[in-house]
Design a protein around this ligand. Sequence first.
Ligand code: PLP
Length: 400
Amino acid sequence: MFSATSQGNFSVDESGYYGEFGGAFIPEMLYPNVEELREKYLSIIAQEAFQKEFYELLRQYVGRPTPLYKAEGLSARYGAKIYLKREDLCHTGAHKINNTIGQILLAKALGKNKIIAETGAGQHGVATATVCALMGMECIVYMGKHDTERQKPNVERMRILGTTVVPVTSGSQTLKDATNEAMRHWISHPVDTHYIIGSVVGPHPYPDMVARFQSVISEEIKVQLLKEEGTENPHKVIACVGGGSNAAGAFYHYLDAPEVELIAVEAAGKGVNSGYSAATTALGKPGILHGSRTLLMQTEDGQVVEPYSISAGLDYPGIGPVHAHLFASGRGKFYAVTDEDAMQAGVMLSRTEGIIPAIETAHAIAVLNQLELSSDEIVVINLSGRGDKDLQTYIDWGKY
Ligand SMILES: *Cc1c(COP(=O)(O)O)cnc(C)c1O
């Protein structure tokens, strides 16, 4: 999993780029922090002791390997062999913990004893607070004040876990302001603090680092599918994309297998052209967001457009540079799913398989309606998270 070098056309190159996307566009004050990470991350995560501890925690604490479940009801409905990779069964209810486990071990290896993170909906904040409690590290999570009011249960989860949640009152009081505040904190505490980013975004080496920690998803799929179907490679792998970490993990070991179609699903919100959307590849142009060059939704003069999706985890104006490259190169196929179609797919999956998905994940399910499938086709959908956190959104939508 963690070879010390990357290979292949879709991995990061020596200078931190995926094709024309990626890099590290950071204020000079942040350079020493990011440079320390860049110099050390590959050699640390390639160490046997590191990997032993990582896999042991994934097994004992997170509950991996997660099942690759053959969804018979869904398969019958869509006329293909559909498997669900059950990341919803991970501790804390989604894939995000794979990354926070990896990064907290890295922080330890770097001699850091304090952690900071930013969070929008609070899912990454909870995954970070969880591993900090586990490792006895001090944790501060920056969250836009507006988001702390919208996402009260996650704020309280973090606080129960012993994390300090700092409401950020600048700007629009949402994720981008929280990110700025976390950066500011990191600049003034470079020696003892590690900044845990929650998706395959941010300056190099974050996108590559997070993708490697999430790559356990496709590593397991290969072994599990071989057992079920006699082949490691499905015809299609489908995942939703906010920043793109669950998709990056599900795609990772298939990037250089062109016979495996990689399908990424973004949030169309109220419709791609409605003005309320987060469909970055449909609407975005190249620009700099959170320290990397990527595709992002922006106005003519380069102002970031406020994204919209019913699912908080997909409500992001950009995508990670690896996905921008998969899109631009044609290696990945990108689709967009509206709020309404995602909600309906969430209820459909609940009734067909007895699994209530996170609304982010429901976007990946809904794309089945847009695909031409045949009965001998093997399809793996990454079931990134469970729907418990979204109960109120299901209730407010109400059509079930
Ligand atoms: C956060 C989240 C996402 C979106 O993040 P990615 O980095 O794109 O994976 C998707 N699904 C769930 C359940 C999430 O919590």
